[in-house]
Design a protein. Structure first.
Length: 101
């Protein structure tokens, strides 16, 4: 089975390779923007895999319908959030590219 969400983690890795570590200006913060994206991508992938595992367990008689629905809703929310963040990142990039030099 193809895991389409795992490509999000690849995008975060490619961003890290191209931009390096982008640090925030706050001295109290030690987490980079790239690390935050990686964590969000990993969380999304984990949520989708958990949903798939719950669905497979239900097919084998191990999980109830309510568990499957809850896992699916969590995965759907995680994917929708990841897509929204991606869209905002693309929109921001395009806005920056339209700025005059």
């Amino acid at each position: 089975m193809v895991d389409p969400v795992s490509s999000i983690a690849g995008i975060a890795q490619a961003t890290a390779d191209k931009t390096g570590s982008v640090k925030t200006s706050s001295p109290a913060s030690s987490v980079s923007f790239v690390d935050t994206l990686k964590a969000a991508a990993a969380s999304t992938v984990s949520s989708v895999k958990s949903s798939e595992a719950t669905a497979m367990s239900a097919m084998q008689g191990g999980a109830g319908l309510q568990d499957v629905v809850q896992a699916t809703v969590r995965a759907e929310l995680a994917v929708e959030t990841a897509v929204s963040v991606r869209n905002k990142l693309i929109e921001s990039y395009q806005e920056i590219m339209r700025m005059p030099i």
